[in-house]
Each structure stands twice: as structure tokens, then as C-alpha cells.
Design a protein around this ligand. Structure first.
Ligand code: SF4
Length: 64
């Protein structure tokens, strides 16, 4: 699994960090940031809900 984020699309709404805290966070400008170490994915099942939770489709989960 890979997790990709598009910070150019992100509007800082925060659903990603609320849906899967510890994997997604927000920087000082409220833009999405992956917590280091999770670029290659995680066993946390909540990450699969994040693409649908994001209002601007800024998060994609790529299954290997
Ligand atoms: S849910 Fe989407 S728009 Fe909101 S902070 Fe996360 S990536 Fe950005």
C-alpha cells in the first residue's frame, strides 16, 4: 500500500486527521501532511475511509 496526498488540492478541512489520527496530520497552514513513516502505508484500517472523507479528493490509497 502507498498513501499519496496532493497538498495543492488540500483545503485544510481536517477530515483526514480526524479519520485516521496518527497517520495524517496538518501543518501550520492546516494542509495535510503524512506522519513520517506512513508513506508506504499502515495496517490501520481507518486510512481506507480517508479518501471518501476528504472533500477535495486530495488523498489516494494505492493497493499494491
Ligand atoms: S481531508 Fe482533504 S482537504 Fe481536508 S485536510 Fe485532509 S487532505 Fe486536506
Amino acid at each position: 500500500m502507498r498513501i499519496t496526498i496532493d497538498r495543492d488540492r488540500c483545503i485544510g478541512s481536517g477530515q483526514c486527521a480526524m479519520t485516521a489520527p496518527g497517520v495524517f496530520t496538518q501543518d501550520d497552514d492546516a494542509l495535510v501532511t503524512l506522519v513520517p513513516g506512513y508513506e508506504e502505508g499502515t495496517e490501520d484500517p481507518r486510512v481506507h475511509d480517508v479518501p471518501m472523507a476528504c472533500p477535495v479528493q486530495a488523498v489516494e490509497i494505492h493497493e499494491d
